[in-house]
Design a protein around this ligand. Structure first.
Ligand code: HEM
Length: 86
């Protein structure tokens, strides 16, 4: 049995340059590395059993965030462990 690991796949610098940085623009270019290497994006799986709810889930997440941004005031409280990745 082969169990793929999400973390190294999603942090692969050849596909996602500066993988630790929040750069949503990396997804804008249809011919860019992020979009031309869909097998690296394992959040919803890959291949024949890839999640059928991906577009539905992404729309809901986007709508939820948009609603939250409109209705709430955010303030970022950085702590000593804020930047630690487990
Ligand atoms: C953030 C939300 C979601 C995440 C992260 C997620 C993630 C995944 C992943 C990783 C797989 C692949 C499992 C594998 O390779 O065996 C999968 C499969 C699947 N997902 Fe999702 N999912 C989400 C939401 C949804 C929603 C909203 C639906 C339905 C409305 C859904 C329906 C399915 C189904 C039916 C499969 C099985 C597809 C198959 O085996 O052919 N998922 N999901």
């Amino acid at each position: 049995m082969v169990i793929p690991s999400l973390y190294p796949s999603l942090q692969d610098p050849e596909v996602y340059p500066n993988p630790d940085q929040f750069i949503p623009e990396r997804w804008l270019d249809p011919n860019g590395n992020a979009n031309t290497n869909p097998k690296n994006y394992l959040v919803y799986g890959s291949g024949p059993h890839r999640c059928i709810g991906q577009e539905y889930a992404n729309m809901h997440i986007g709508l939820l965030l948009a609603t939250a941004v409109v209705m709430m005031d955010f303030e970022h409280h950085r702590t000593e462990t804020s930047d630690e990745i487990e």
